[in-house]
Design a protein around this ligand. Structure first.
Ligand SMILES: [Zn+2]
Length: 182
């Protein structure tokens, strides 16, 4: 909107296909993970402007180390499309995907990946390596980083801070319950 244009109602309408809106949907999934006492990471996959998959991390619930939000969302999206090729799909995930998920993203040929916070230690989309843009692999994805990154990082930091507090409290209780320390 230029300066001399009058204010219009249209300017306040949320763009339902924007990266910000779609990432806010992924953040809702991350909050679901948080409520389920899982590391709070969420993902959605969009195709032709529609959300075709929504998932959150379920490693503890399913007792499955591969049950990352992205992996679960990819499986849902392949079922929704009826094909393992997701060339036209966009994946939104609240934290930078790990090497396992980045590998799966390449196998499914996801067109675009948008993620929230960067993971300098374990991220495989430019954090410590970039598996999504390897010239020698048969597929490369476009990557956008940092959408709602601060919100995502804060939720993850809160989760781990609370987990550490719970562990300390449990250890204190154990020490108090021990007959040898009384
Ligand atoms: Zn992963």
């Amino acid at each position: 909107m230029s300066a001399d244009e009058p204010y219009s109602e249209e300017d306040t309408v949320i763009d339902l296909s924007s990266d910000l809106f779609m990432m806010s949907q992924a953040m809702r999934q991350a909050q679901n993970a948080y409520l389920a006492e899982e590391v709070p990471i969420g993902a959605v996959i969009v195709s032709e402007g529609r959300i075709i998959a929504r998932a959150h991390n379920q490693v503890e619930t399913l007792k499955d180390a591969t049950a990352h939000a992205e992996m679960l969302a990819l499986t849902q999206a392949q079922a929704a499309i009826g094909d393992w090729r997701l060339n036209e799909a966009t994946l939104y995930v609240t934290k930078e995907p790990c090497p396992m998920c980045a590998g799966a993203i390449v196998h499914c040929r996801i067109k675009r990946v948008i993620f929230g916070c960067v993971d300098d230690n374990g991220g495989a989309c430019g954090g410590f390596i970039n598996l999504l843009q390897q010239p020698n692999l048969n597929h490369q994805s476009e990557v956008t980083r940092g959408v709602l990154g601060d919100e995502s990082k804060l939720l993850i930091q809160t989760f781990f801070a609370e987990a550490r507090e719970k562990k300390k409290a449990a250890n204190r209780k154990k020490a108090n319950d021990s007959p040898f320390l009384n």
